[in-house]
Design a protein around this ligand. Structure first.
Ligand code: 3HC
Ligand code: NAI
Length: 697
């Protein structure tokens, strides 16, 4: 049983004990109801305290049970809370550390709540595509008022217990304590043991001067802000029921909406993402307790586009950084950009002036490698040229202290080759940030053949500290993300060959949910970058087929926004993409030269071809062990490439479509003479899972 029972004088103490966060799984739920019953039957017990062992009161319903019969097995959470609320002896929640979701709903079912200061309080169900389904939408507005409660429920944001306890008129906490919360709750329970009637949150009214007007305002704003996600608006409807209906009728509304949301693909995707994010931080052969190296100071080589942004991540986390450049002008330029970025944040009110000063005070610069003697980690972000990398890594090997981690931000070069430039390949690792490096969440951690396990553990822990989503990739061309995007771009080119326009392709995939289609993205990043890479590919992989359209575009000097002309036309200084007659004519001529009669391609086909191109390459990446699991690929795409969050990533999306159907579509595309039959050869892993009726997850 994952809840324990003991008595302290006349007070029974039920302690939830279901690590890691006392999720309210079946065994814990049974423990609570049995504890209530036992206390009720013991005449010596006058009051009951419920608390949580370890690092949480409770993180809520056990998400691992969702989708299995365990979630609704008796007693379900609603019955547990009903038993608590219906107890004829007072029940006091002793809340500490974390009280979230069903955990908070359980506490709201108690007659009293004593909380430790500093407790994280939230109803985060909306982040899982759900709403609080055990009375949270009905009880929280009754104790915190309509506005505060609705805000918490719709955003899923975390508030500190002292913040909520300070709200005028709040009835969430009966007492806030700084010391031992369990002792305080037991003392509180003894004090109130004889008080009757027992207070119940359900008997309170939701307070607001103009609830209907406020709810309408909430519907309008939430509806506008939560495109693609049904849960936030449904949260408003459930809270509206708390205002407009008697408690039990409100509970019925909440229950119906909860059950419906649980079946939505958006909720499935968000739940997948919750676990995928946590799974990404685990490396199968690197135990969680691997000792990490201390990182007190970081060196960055190169103060260009990436170097400055990389440095900012560490400054933001309070870690001193020294940047090295070859020339003073380059250094000055880089430092000025860092300062400008921080000043822009101050202007927008996102950063206080004194924080800016503190951060810049942590930043030093140099032209001399000798000054890197004391750094614990150095990240190289110089030109993407193996000869330049060789010079840098040989210099680092000379000056850096033993045990310092030497990382490269290379996006295309072989990390093993770079490691071999040093006498300490075990200390070399790839840290592939995405641009802008101070903003983008994704960090691909590239594991070389000889990278030491403690180096990986250190970089993963550090990545968490600088608030990145870290995903480990093996060494291959493009690592996980760029290797996949290349297949997506190739497919986008084939679509143009066959008759689609750049704007049609972009619109179709943007409607699917991508922030930007491949052609607008190419114009933003610079089409010359891909051109440079393709020129290398034509030599290294002469059999790989590409559409020639992107090369033709670059031959016209249309590199994108920076030349005010790319796949689209741009008014200089503006970012609006206007369909280009020059590009349309270029495409027409190209098709005529190939002898292709353009055909109308449906948006559905466009989306399938682009997304399944990602899926097939993703399957190869998993099969080769470059990624250790399919969900890592989803994390890369969700956090680094603008894949729509509500679809859970390419592999999760393929699962929802059914892998059999994915393979069937690929076979159909392979028969299209204008496409590339080899391209659509399903990866063996994909073919196997499809044949077995399985999924990636
Ligand atoms: N159920 C099951 N496991 C959970 C869980 C939950 N509710 N919450 C967290 N965990 C697990 C994580 O999966 C992870 O497991 P792992 O070590 O095996 O990967 C472990 O707890 C630690 O999680 P974190 O790495 O996130 O640890 P932190 O200390 O950084 O954060 C936390 C702890 C604040 C509780 C955070 O995990 C969190 O926000 N959890 C989600 C809470 C949530 O969404 N609750 C609502 C659940 S739905 C619900 O209650 C429905 C109800 O209304 C009916
Ligand atoms: P950049 O050209 O903007 O900056 C490179 C900087 O390195 C320049 O300031 C240059 O003066 C400096 N430099 C060159 N040789 C040096 C040396 N020997 N010692 C010290 N400094 C030296 O390049 P960018 O875009 O910042 O790229 C850097 C690295 O990051 C490359 O490996 C690139 O592939 C990678 N990368 C780039 C991304 C991008 O979007 N720009 C994204 C992810 C990785």
């Amino acid at each position: 049983m994952s809840a324990t029972y003991e008595t302290r004088g006349p007070v029974a103490v039920i302690t939830l004990n279901n690590p890691p966060v006392n999720g309210l799984g079946l065994s814990t739920r049974k423990g609570i109801t049995e504890g209530i019953e036992r206390a009720s039957n013991d005449p010596a017990v006058k009051a009951i305290v419920i608390t949580g062992a370890g690092k949480a009161f409770s993180g809520g319903a056990d998400i691992r049970e969702f989708g299995s019969p365990l979630a609704s097995a008796s007693p379900d959470l609603l019955s547990v809370i009903a038993a608590v609320e219906g107890s004829d002896k007072p029940v006091v929640a002793a809340i500490h550390s974390v009280v979230m979701g069903g955990g908070l709903e359980l506490a709201l079912g108690c007659h009293y709540r004593v909380a430790a200061a500093g407790t994280q309080v939230a109803l985060p169900e909306v982040k899982l595509g759900l709403l609080p389904g055990a009375g949270g939408t009905q009880r929280l507005p009754r104790v915190l008022g309509l506005e505060t409660a609705l805000n918490l429920i719709v955003t899923g944001d975390t508030a500190k217990s002292e913040q909520l306890a300070a709200q005028p008129g709040q009835k969430l906490f009966d007492k806030l304590v700084d010391g031992d919360v369990l002792d305080a709750a037991i003392a509180f329970a003894s004090d109130v043991a004889d008080r009757r009637p027992l207070p119940r949150v359900r008997d309170l009214k939701v307070s607001h001067p103009e609830p209907d007007a406020y709810l309408q305002f909430a519907r309008n704003t939430v509806g506008a802000m939560s495109k693609n996600f049904p849960a936030p608006l449904q949260c408003v409807e459930a809270v509206a029921a708390a205002v407009n209906k008697p408690f039990d009728a409100g509970m019925k509304v909440e229950g119906e909406i909860f059950a419906a949301l649980m079946q939505t693909p958006e909720s499935r995707a968000q739940r997948h993402m919750f676990f995928a994010e946590r799974a990404a931080s685990k490396i199968p052969d690197v135990p969680a307790d691997t000792p990490v190296r201390a990182i007190a100071k970081v060196g960055v080589i190169g103060a260009g586009t990436m170097g400055g942004g990389i440095a900012m991540n560490f400054l933001n986390a309070g870690i001193p950084v020294i940047i090295l450049e070859t020339k003073q002008e380059a250094l000055d330029r880089g430092l000025a950009t860092v300062r400008k970025n921080y000043e822009a944040q101050v202007k927008k009110g996102k950063l206080a002036q004194d924080k800016l000063d503190q951060r810049l005070a942590l930043l030093t610069s140099t032209l001399a490698y000798d000054d890197l003697k004391d750094v614990d980690l150095v990240i190289e972000a110089v030109f993407e040229d193996i000869n330049v990398k060789e010079t840098v890594f040989k210099a680092l090997d000379e000056v850096c202290k033993p045990g310092a981690i030497l990382a490269s931000n290379t996006s295309t070069l072989d990390v093993d080759k770079i490691a071999a430039f040093t006498k300490r390949p075990q200390d070399v690792v790839g840290m592939h940030f995405f641009s802008p490096a101070n903003v983008m969440k994704l960090l691909e951690v590239v594991r070389g053949a000889k990278t030491a396990k403690d180096v990986l553990a250190t970089v993963m822990a550090l990545g968490k500290k600088i608030r990145k989503t870290c995903v480990v990739s093996g060494v291959c061309d493009g690592f996980i993300g760029n290797r996949m995007i290349e297949q997506y771009s190739r497919q986008a080119g084939f679509l143009l060959d066959e008759g689609a326009s750049p704007q049609q392709v972009d619109k179709a995939i943007e409607k699917f949910g991508f922030a930007m289609g491949p052609f607008r993205m190419g114009d933003l990043a610079g089409n010359d970058i891909g051109w440079y890479i393709r020129k290398r590919r034509y030599i290294e992989q002469p059999d790989m087929r590409y559409s020639k359209t992107a090369d033709l575009l670059c031959e016209l000097g249309r590199f994108g926004q920076k030349t005010s002309a790319g796949w689209y036309d741009y008014v200089p200084g503006k970012r609006d993409a206007n369909p280009s007659p020059v590009v349309a004519e270029m495409l027409e001529k190209h098709r005529a030269a190939l002898g292709i009669t353009p055909r109308r391609i449906s948006d559905e086909e466009i989306v399938q071809r682009l997304v399944y191109a990602l899926v097939n390459e993703g399957a190869k990446i998993v099969e080769e062990g470059i990624a250790s699991k399919a969900s890592d690929i989803d994390m890369v795409y969700l956090t680094g490439y603008g894949f729509p969050l509500h679809r859970g990533g390419p592999m999760c999306y393929a699962d929802t479509q059914g892998l059999f159907n994915v393979v069937a579509s690929m076979k159909k595309f392979a028969k299209n003479p204008a496409d590339d039959a080899a391209f659509w050869q399903p990866a063996p892993l994909l073919a196997k899972l499809a044949a077995e009726g399985k999924t990636f997850s």
